[in-house]
Design a protein around this ligand. Structure first.
Ligand SMILES: Nc1ncnc2c1ncn2[C@@H]1O[C@H](COP(=O)(O)OP(=O)(O)OP(=O)(O)O)[C@@H](O)[C@H]1O
Ligand SMILES: [Mg+2]
Length: 340
């Protein structure tokens, strides 16, 4: 990938103090993540609930402070940017959220929502020009006829329309990066494809880069250019979307892929069972974080290496990296749940 980097995090750590009864613990929400999003690229962040996806996104947006590591844009470090430098970023980086009901003011009209950011960031536009830009953004997001939809209030719109208004508000500012945190997971299945198509269309037309957070591996596989799989605040596998989802190399990704519904409705292969403790961001181990749940770890007789040494993210192919001491080893069928 030779296109310019739009946003990059290096060795990013975000630790939160948490209380557990009387104990004071540290939740390692993000624990040493390297990630870059290039111009016009769609990168998907996937992984179970609590693995740090939203925290990474919010740190890039500068809504959360990094504990250590850096966030940079085109080589410029913005980890601790303030004032004008941060305001600039607030325009260049836009975020849309899971629940368009919660994230948008329900009584505002669609055009109010889109105009608000323009009023802040585009002082060069007079009200008539602002209205024109806002209408064009609504139209681009498939909200037609835009002049009619513009006057509707958010509560009068469907979930899919609401999410399109949120996208229009973000894109009216011509951002370089759109961070989309589970943007379709609250929508009816029938509306999802439409919203995804709008995002793809925006990438085509505006060259906007998208950091796309999702639980849906199948969607990540077809929609994203690259995928990063997170486990407890760390990237365990990363690479071209088709490769990571098509030929996963980490036992965690493999287990996630095995539970994916088959598009053709065909018979599913036996699934790997993820047993052991549920992931806990406050637990500490010098070794691999996935080991307590890893079927390979059990199969191989709990190798010391997995217990004591954190596997680094290593390139398996030029476009595919994996953090496992024993990548590609097959899990024995006896450790799988038979679903047939
Ligand atoms: N402000 C906070 N204070 C304390 N802990 C936090 C805070 N924000 C997040 N965490 C913890 O950090 C970890 C990662 O949370 P995060 O919301 O980033 O996960 P996620 O991958 O987005 O999950 P989900 O798929 O459920 O949205 C979790 O253990 C969470 O409880
Ligand atoms: Mg989240």
């Amino acid at each position: 990938m030779t296109r310019p980097v739009v946003a990059e995090v290096r060795d990013l750590r975000v630790h939160f103090p948490v209380r557990h009864g009387r104990q004071r613990l540290v939740a390692r929400a993000v624990d040493g993540v390297d990630l870059a999003v290039h111009e016009g690229e769609i990168v998907a962040l996937v992984g179970e609930s609590g693995c740090g996806k939203t925290t990474i996104a919010r740190t890039i947006m500068r809504l959360v402070e990094a504990s250590s590591g850096s966030v940079s844009v085109g080589g410029a470090d913005i980890t601790h940017a303030r004032g004008a430098a941060l305001r600039r970023r607030r325009r260049d980086f836009q975020m849309i959220f899971q629940d368009p009901f919660e994230s948008l003011p329900v009584n505002a009209t669609a055009i109010d929502v889109v105009s608000e950011g323009l009023a802040i960031h585009r002082g060069d536009l007079d009200p008539a020009a602002r209205r024109e830009v806002a209408l064009a953004a609504l139209e681009m997001c498939g909200l037609t006829p835009a002049a009619a939809i513009a006057e509707r209030r958010i509560f009068q719109l469907s979930g899919g329309q609401r999410q399109r208004v949120a996208i229009a508000a973000a894109l009216a500012l011509e951002p370089r990066l759109l961070v989309a945190d589970e943007p379709v997971s609250m929508l009816d299945v029938s509306l999802r494809a439409g919203v995804i198509r709008v995002l793809l269309d925006m990438r085509e037309r505006l060259g906007v880069a998208i950091l796309f957070i999702t639980h849906d591996l199948a969607l990540a596989g077809v929609f994203a250019d690259r995928v990063a799989v997170l486990y407890l605040g760390q990237v365990v596998e990363q690479g071209r979307a088709a490769e990571v989802i098509g030929t996963p190399r980490h036992p965690y990704t493999r287990a996630l892929v095995e539970v994916m519904p088959k598009a053709d409705g065909g018979r599913r292969a036996a699934r790997t069972l993820l047993t052991g403790e549920p992931p806990n961001a406050t637990a500490t181990t010098p070794g691999c974080r996935f080991a307590p749940r890893c079927p390979l770890y059990r199969q191989l007789g709990q190798p010391e290496r997995c217990r004591t040494e954190q596997p680094p993210l290593r390139a398996a192919t030029p476009e595919h990296a994996v953090a496992c001491h024993f990548p590609d080893l097959e899990v024995s069928p006896t450790l799988k749940e038979n679903t047939t």
